[in-house]
Design a protein around this ligand. Structure first.
Ligand code: AP5
Ligand code: MG
Length: 192
């Protein structure tokens, strides 16, 4: 089972991914974590990514798709286990490229879990986390930019996956456990 966990910045993608890994034993690809790891190690990719991340902008599609493609080449076994995609795709071209890459490996996206959270709650969560996270993009100016980018470039994917019949809307203004109960119901239903 390959799952996309979808939602705005601060909607709980990372938090719910951890619970899904535990319950379903899936691999996890967080493009944000992958890029932050590259920034910390000072790689060339990290240096390029930092210029975009610190401004709340998306890394260009071409580069991001290349990074994913390399990852699948290096670790094809990931796809045997099933993957939770967290933070990818973020644009329609990324979704199309993901579909093509998975198709080449004889698989596809089985479900998209969409965490739907009010904007004031998103800002509250990110600023709270920003007190200790050390993330260059967890401040009010960058959060506003990230939300703006989300509405313009990423939110259209909701309709894309709704049309594909794979989108599961999850009410995300609740406790972590209440949200996870709903996610599990959707995925268990799907699996059976
Ligand atoms: P990325 O790392 O993906 O960040 P994001 O989408 O902005 O989301 P966050 O990681 O901030 O939030 P989350 O949804 O994971 O929520 P979390 O569980 O942490 O991307 C960062 C940047 O990298 C992008 O802006 C872009 O520049 C670049 N990038 C990454 N992928 C890319 C791509 N595919 N293409 C181009 N560029 C890309 O929760 C947030 C906080 O809330 C936590 O403190 C958590 O403890 C708390 N919390 C979670 N759930 C709840 C709850 N139910 N109630 C109360 N608090 C909660
Ligand atoms: Mg995250």
């Amino acid at each position: 089972m390959n799952i996309v966990i979808f939602g705005a910045p601060g909607s709980g993608k990372g938090t719910q991914s951890e619970k899904m890994i535990e319950r379903y034993g899936l691999s996890h690809i967080s493009t944000g974590e992958l890029l932050r790891d590259n920034i910390a190690r000072g790689t060339h990719l990290g240096q390029v990514a930092n210029q975009y991340i610190s401004q709340g902008l998306l890394i260009p599609d071409e580069l991001m798709i290349e990074v994913l493609s390399e990852l699948f080449k290096e670790k094809p076994s990931m796809l045997e286990k099933g993957v939770i995609f967290d933070g990818f795709p973020r644009t329609i071209p990324q979704a199309e490229a993901l579909s093509t890459m998975l198709d080449a490996h004889g698989t596809k996206i089985h479900a998209v879990v969409g965490l739907e959270v009010d904007e004031d709650e998103l800002i509250r969560r990110i600023l709270e986390r920003g007190k200790a996270s050390g993330r260059a993009d967890d401040n009010l100016d960058t959060v506003r930019k990230r939300l703006d980018v989300y509405h313009k470039q990423t939110a259209p994917l909701r309709d894309y996956y709704l049309a594909a019949g794979s989108y599961h809307a999850i009410e995300g203004n609740r406790t972590v456990d209440a949200i996870f109960d709903d996610i599990s119901k959707s995925l268990d239903e799907y699996k059976s």
